[in-house]
Design a protein. Structure first.
Length: 255
């Protein structure tokens, strides 16, 4: 399993996977009830808020609904509507204090207890629950990522990971390398449109071949580079192949 994916807004990076955490619901635990479907593929997810954020319930509920609606457009345009018949999340929790967010992580993954959780861990989906810190905290940690509707896009990004899992029929190893599956989520959420830099061919290939997690703002540029070379369907089909990078290289068209 590739692991649950958390938002890690370190410098120009935005997301990190913790390999010790399972991204699928634990069958040994009581499963959450499905939320009400208010539109095709859009669900009214129960929301837990601290008292300090309760006055903003309508705002957060609206963000959760809007993120689903936006992702639904991508889903419909690519013929994936069958993958959106059940919710990608069944509950949402927003925290106003980082310590409460961290305690949630410790609760769902006891192996993390006793280890410091970086301040840059700010959102994720685990056991059908979307959980995140407030928009203000996200902006404070990662000011480079500020853009119109950045919090909606953050939610959309996390939902896109769950969509990707369904596209590969639950085989997360088929999601491809980090730059690709994170690039897909950035693409699906239309993040960093103005912030994405121009990269030379050499810089693009350095990112493709990199073994360490890099900049998610740069991942947008890399993903779109190859999207000009291939259809999204082709990229998704080949991303999990061991020779994916070689395939990209041999099929690359001259700039």
């Amino acid at each position: 399993m590739k692991a649950v994916i958390f938002v890690d807004l370190l410098a120009a990076s935005a997301f990190i996977a913790l390999p010790s955490l399972a991204s699928q619901p634990d069958p040994s635990k009581e499963q959450l009830p499905a939320p009400k479907e208010v539109e095709p593929g859009v669900f009214d997810v129960p929301l837990s808020l601290p008292k300090s954020l309760e006055s903003r319930r309508r705002e957060f509920k609206g963000n959760l609904l809007e993120a689903q609606k936006r992702l639904r457009v991508l889903i419909k345009n690519n013929g994936w509507s069958d993958l959106n018949k059940t919710p990608f999340m069944k509950r949402a929790e927003i925290y106003d204090k980082k310590v409460d967010y961290d305690n949630h992580l410790y609760e769902i993954e006891p192996a993390l207890r006793g280890k410091p959780i970086p301040t840059t861990f700010t959102a994720g989906i685990e056991q059908d629950v979307f959980f995140a810190v407030s928009p203000e905290m996200v902006d404070k940690v990662f000011p480079q990522g500020r853009e119109n509707d950045s919090y909606i896009k953050l939610i959309q990004h996390e939902l896109a990971h769950r969509l990707h899992v369904r596209i590969v029929k639950g085989n997360e190893e088929r999601m491809g390398p980090v730059w690709f599956y994170e690039g897909f989520a950035v693409y699906a959420a239309d993040q960093y449109r103005k912030a994405a830099p121009e990269l030379t061919d050499a810089e693009i290939w350095d990112i493709v071949r990199a073994t360490k997690r890099g900049s998610y703002i740069q991942y947008r540029t890399v993903f779109y580079h190859f999207l000009k070379q291939h259809t999204l369907k082709e990229l998704l089909e080949h991303a999990g192949d061991a020779d994916f990078a070689d395939w990209l290289k041999t099929t690359e068209k001259a700039s």
